[in-house]
Design a protein around this ligand. Sequence first.
Ligand code: SF4
Length: 230
Amino acid sequence: MIFAGITKSSLLDYPGNISIVLYTPGCNYDCFYCHNRSLIDDLTEKVSMEEVMELLTKRIGLIDSVVISGGEPTLHSDLIQFLKKVKSMGYLTKLDTNGSSPEVIKKCIKEDAVDYYAVDYKAPISRYKEIARSSANAIDVLETINILIKHNKLFEVRTTVVPQLSLYDLIQMAQELPPIPRYVLNPYRQPIEYLESDEQLIKTPPYPELVIAEFALTIKLYQPNVILPF
Ligand code: SF4
């Protein structure tokens, strides 16, 4: 397992738990608004496994959980082995994923490696590739979500409400998704690092939180468990 970053203590990344967040490098998507752009292509290790294990060992009993985020963690072949090691130390585990690897999620479930999943749903099916680019494909993401439902797993789905998505798009997405136990609508925040060619997309003014709150009232008709993190 290679790590590109670490947050030693977070109250925001695992609902109801204090967590250590580990970031893996590499992603198979290329969302224009990515806040971890440096992780997409740079596969170099920035935090050694020794450092990670030392921190995890020291924080047993002080921190509840470990979140594996990215990049896209499911691209790493030793992910499940690592998650199981973390669980054997007494931590709860959470996996943040773009949902592109339903087969890996099936294996995580079979191995009981993850306690809580967060899956991004980025755009309506017809616009998925436009927003998340690269190999992005909504059908894989929907398959991932349906697998989690079928196996009765704890999970949430998250959508970043970029200004390029209309209320119509958001309604369509809410209709495409099966009923979600916790559906988080995150406001768009401009990333510090972005591609020069994306400047116009990036600098489009975000929806004010009040507007997203109004959107959420409509989305609630289709996804009753919609949550606003503000
Ligand atoms: S899926 Fe996540 S890590 Fe990958 S490009 Fe999109 S926002 Fe960035």
